[in-house]
Design a binder for this molecule. Structure first.
Ligand code: SF4
Length: 319
C-alpha cells in the first residue's frame, strides 16, 4: 500500500482490523521486497542506534562553531537537583531533545527522524517514556512503524525538507511523527493517531527555517525541544478525545502549500529570520573568517610539504 494518505491508511486499518504498524510493515516488505523478519530487524537496528546515540551524549563536546554543546547536561543537572516546573518527565524530554540535537551538531552518530536537524524530537519523547514505563522493545518498534507511516505521508504530500518547506517540514514533521507514535503507545485508536498528527502539524504551521550561519545549530537544537513538547501535548489531547477540526490530510496539504509559498529567505538559505539578526550576521562573519584562515593554512602547509619533500619521495596519494 502506498503511504500517501493518512485517511487511506486509517480507513484501511479500520476495515481490515489491522494495526497501523502492521500495515506499514507490510508496505515495507512489499516496497523493499524483504521478509517480515528483515523489515522488523531493520527497525530494531534503527531503534537501538537511537538509544545508543542518546547514551553516547557528553556535555563536554562543543560544535565546531562553539555555539552548541553542554545544554542537555545543564538540564539533566537541573532536574537532578531541583523540582523543575514541568516535572521530571518533562525535564527529561527537554534534556534528551537538546542532547540529541547537540550530538548532531557535534558530528556524532544520530538517527535522522525524519532529518538530521530534527533528530532530537522522536528520541526525546520515546526514550524517557520507554524507560519510565519499561515498555517492551517490540512495542517501541511498532510505534516507530506508526511514525514511519506519518513521515511517509508527509514526504509524499508535502515535504520533510527545510530547504523545500521551512522548519515546519523538519521539526513540524518530526513532531507529527512523535505525536502519532506517542498516541499509539498511550493506547490511542487509529483515528486518534490521525488527530494527534493533525494537531501537531497545525501548531507548527509556518515555522521558518533560518539557521544562523547556515549551520544546523541555532535555532535547530532548541527547536527540537519545541517539537517534542508539542508532540506530547498533541498526543495527550488526542487520547483525551480532542479532535482536529480540519482532517489530517488537509492539514498536511496546507503545510505543503505554506512551504511552497514561503519566501526563499526562510528555506535554509540563512538569508532571513534569526540568521540575519546582528548576532546571526556576526557569527556568520566569524565562521567565514575562520574558514578563510583554515584554507590559507592548508595551502601554506602543502607548499611547505612540497618544498621539504626529498626529490625522489613519492607525491602524496601515490603508492
Ligand atoms: S531551522 Fe532549518 S536547518 Fe534548523 S532544524 Fe529547522 S529546518 Fe532544519
Amino acid at each position: 500500500m502506498d503511504l500517501d494518505s493518512m485517511e487511506k491508511i486509517l480507513q484501511y486499518a479500520q476495515e481490515s482490523g489491522k494495526a497501523i504498524w502492521e500495515i506499514v510493515l507490510e508496505s515495507d516488505m512489499e516496497n523493499r521486497m524483504v521478509s517480515r523478519e528483515a523489515s522488523w530487524e531493520k527497525m530494531r537496528h534503527t531503534w537501538r542506534a537511537m538509544v545508543e546515540s542518546a547514551d553516547s551524549y557528553s556535555g563536554q563536546r562543543r560544535s565546531r562553531s562553539g555555539l552548541v554543546g553542554g545544554d542537555g547536561q545543564k538540564v539533566s543537572d537541573y532536574y537532578a537537583t531541583h523540582a523543575s516546573i514541568g516535572g521530571t518527565f518533562t525535564a527529561q524530554v527537554i534534556a534528551q531533545a537538546l542532547a540529541m540535537g547537540e550530538n548532531n551538531a557535534c558530528m556524532r552518530r544520530i538517527v535522522a527522524a525524519p532529518t538530521a536537524g530534527s533528530c532530537g524530537v522522536m528520541p526525546a519523547v520515546l526514550i524517557p517514556l520507554w524507560r519510565r514505563e519499561q515498555i517492551p522493545e517490540d512495542r517501541m518498534l511498532e510505534a516507530l512503524y506508526v511514525a514511519c507511516a506519518i513521515g511517509g505521508v508527509i514526504a509524499s504530500r508535502a515535504s520533510i525538507s527545510g530547504a523545500a518547506g521551512g522548519c515546519q517540514a523538519e521539526v513540524g514533521s518530526a513532531s507529527a511523527m512523535a505525536a502519532g507514535a506517542l498516541t499509539y503507545l498511550q493506547g490511542g485508536s487509529a483515528p486518534q493517531i490521525g488527530h494527534a498528527v493533525a494537531m501537531a502539524i497545525k501548531n507548527l504551521l509556518g515555522l521558518v527555517c533560518d539557521p544562523v550561519a547556515g549551520l544546523v545549530e541555532v535555532p535547530c537544537v532548541k527547536r527540537n525541544v519545541a517539537g517534542a513538547m508539542n508532540a506530547i501535548a498533541a498526543a495527550d489531547m488526542a487520547v483525551a478525545g480532542v479532535e482536529s477540526r480540519v482532517p489530517v490530510d488537509e492539514v498536511i496539504d496546507a503545510m505543503g502549500d505554506v512551504g511552497r509559498r514561503l519566501p526563499v529567505e526562510f528555506r535554509e538559505t540563512a538569508m532571513g529570520g534569526l540568521a540575519v539578526t546582528p548576532t546571526g550576521r556576526a557569527v556568520q562573519q566569524r565562521m567565514q573568517q575562520s574558514r578563510k584562515r583554515q584554507r590559507t593554512l592548508t595551502i601554506k602547509d602543502s607548499r611547505w610539504k612540497l618544498a621539504t619533500a626529498p626529490a625522489d619521495a613519492p607525491a602524496e596519494g601515490e603508492a
